[in-house]
Design a protein around this ligand. Structure first.
Ligand code: BT5
Length: 344
């Protein structure tokens, strides 16, 4: 977007402004203002000419200018219709010394998950990477993943989708499950349920083990000994994409709602909530606990040092999961893949 166009939209943010006043404010001719207005209309903006001047009547559903318009958070938006990976692009911007940029894309062709896994990114999604330079030690970086999960969950709930957070980096939508799993033919699988710990190791239903995956988060960081140099929080949300183009165990806002979501509003809420939370890191854990699917669950966390199995009882700053193991120990797990288990 040109600077003049973004200045024009800023000027119209507070209500109608007439052509001469706009020309004055932007330091361009009235003809140039008119040309910009036409350009916006061609790009899908509804710009009305009223007695009081030009007025924004309709904003496109997605796009850089659309997300920036009326955004109440200090992020610059860099939008791509299609890109390999927004995290890769954010790294380039980090190398250029930038900060507080949200790289946003409609489609990702080489999206990345954790541990060299991939992330499928069909058109219709919200793929964003936030480039931050928080003045914190590198050890604090996990709390930004938690903040992003809270921000996505709140935005999803506002859009009518009952999302919950699975530690550490997934946002899931749970499906109602029968209380007693049924064997073929509809009979209860086992009337005399055993509670031996082997039985308790059966993963909960749903490929994502705890629900269908709506969003994944990949946080990357470069730091010196005592301070983060840059932090990139990459967030992939299955927004207006059909479940058929997603991997097994995934869901989308479209599939859950039965109708598309307004991606502009969703992205704005996400950025605004994230910005609020990062300015008050102490508030992040309480907000996370409020939306957590993992707490109170029996879990198995695969960590580099081996599996930790037990009940997830709490999360501690900056993001460790506290697991009470069967021998009554409280283990703090800082990283790993987490499965929700349930008795059969
Ligand atoms: C994640 O990894 O969940 C982090 C995903 C982060 C993606 C965002 S998009 C914007 C930014 N730019 C990037 O390049 N990446 C970030 P992990 O926990 O490792 O989960 C990856 C696994 O999720 C894959 O191995 C698949 O099984 C599954 N998966 C892949 N695509 C998916 C999708 N669209 N929806 C749900 N699950 C998916």
């Amino acid at each position: 977007m040109t600077d003049t166009r973004s200045a024009l939209l800023d000027a119209l943010d507070d209500g109608p402004v007439d052509g001469p006043a706009l020309a004055d404010r932007l330091g361009v001719s009235r003809a140039a203002v008119w040309k910009q207005v036409e350009g916006l209309r061609e790009a899908g903006w509804g710009i009305e000419s009223t007695d009081d001047g030009y007025r924004v009547a309709d904003v496109p559903e997605f796009g850089g200018a659309a997300v920036a318009y009326g955004l109440d958070a200090p992020f610059e938006i860099e939008f791509h219709d299609s890109i390999g990976s927004t995290n890769e692009r954010a790294r380039e911007l980090a190398d250029e010394g930038r900060e507080d940029v949200a790289v946003v894309a409609d489609e990702q062709t080489a999206g990345r998950g954790r541990l060299d896994r991939g992330w499928r990114g069909p058109s219709g999604g919200i793929y964003t990477s936030l480039l931050l330079r928080p003045d914190v030690p590198p050890a604090h970086s996990p709390v930004y993943t938690l903040a992003a999960a809270v921000a996505v969950t709140r935005a999803a709930r506002e859009a009518g989708v009952d999302a919950r957070i699975k530690w550490p980096n997934d946002v899931l939508v749970s499906r109602a499950e029968p209380e007693v799993p049924l064997a073929a033919g509809g009979e209860p699988a086992n009337e005399n349920q055993s509670d031996s710990s082997d039985d308790l190791l059966v993963p909960a239903a749903g490929e994502a083990r705890g629900g269908q995956k709506l969003c994944g988060i990949l946080t990357e960081m470069e730091g010196e000994a005592d301070r983060v140099a840059w932090l990139i929080v990459g967030i992939g949300i299955n927004a207006n994409v059909g479940a058929g183009v997603l991997p097994d165990g995934a869901t989308s806002l479209l599939a859950e709602r039965g109708e598309p979501v307004d991606r502009r509003t969703f992205t704005q809420r996400l950025l605004e909530t994230f910005d609020e939370l990062r300015s008050d890191p102490e508030s992040i854990l309480d907000a996370w606990r409020e939306h957590a699917a993992t707490l109170g669950q029996r879990v198995r966390v695969a960590t580099p040092g081996g599996d930790v199995v037990g009940e997830a009882v709490d999360v501690e700053f900056p993001g460790a999961l506290v697991v009470e193991t069967d021998d009554g120990e409280r283990e703090r797990v800082t990283a790993g893949d987490c499965e929700h288990l349930r008795p059969i």
